[in-house]
Design a protein around this ligand. Sequence first.
Ligand SMILES: [Zn+2]
Length: 287
Amino acid sequence: MLVSAKEMLEKAKEGQYAVGQFNINNLEWTKAVLKAAQECNSPVILGVSEGAGKYMTGFKTVAAMVKAMLEEMKITVPVALHLDHGTYEGCYKCIEAGFSSIMFDGSHYSIEENVEKTRELVKICNEKGLSLEAEVGSIGGEEDGVVGMGECADPNECKAIADLGVSMLAAGIGNIHGKYPANWPGLRFDVLDAIQQKTGKMPLVLHGGTGIPADMIKKAISLGVAKINVNTECQLVFAEATRKYIEAGKDLEGKGFDPRKLLAPGTDAIVEIVKEKMELFGSVGKA
Ligand SMILES: [Zn+2]
């Protein structure tokens, strides 16, 4: 059964570790992330962007597939199915489709409008038992064609949104989506510290987890980050393993063209990277 992310993140914040959000794109991705979580006895959040939801033919398909997989794979660790960077309309669609968690990305609205829309969604999520992630200050890089510049969030605005009763809060602290440029100056721990001081027990979310050095990840967790989003890294290892398989000519040997064989190395690579991340985030054995 899917669960809200609220309890797992409160436990993570309390215990000074983070739960990974791994974005899914298809059946193989989902199977790989669930397998890793079960083998690590770790809670996990499956992230679905609006683009990925569309790719999988719609949020209802995603919710039905994930729920069935939990049963068929006998998954016993806590799993949340979460809309990543949702629009206002997308949030309602996912609530209806049976997601257990949503993110409303109102960072491109004025703070007043972000507060208004978030307030409304808090009410609905509370009624339905879903967790809600809000965002303050846009996070840089490219996500579904939208490019932000990676500003830092204003700690007072973070407090205003946190006080609405959201379950977790994403705040820009110099992090960006996708690959980090060579001249990236690193995370702004001074800003993170100021945000945590204003928002107290609120679990904080670090987006753009791909390529942030391990020591920065650990420091961020010590300053209140309880959820870390990983997307690009799974894509990179999947592509690399698949390319190796093709370049070695394995698809031309026997039944090597069988999709179950062709997609296996990439799927296994996702299992491995997810396990590595769970180890780094400290969530192994915390289910
Ligand atoms: Zn993000």
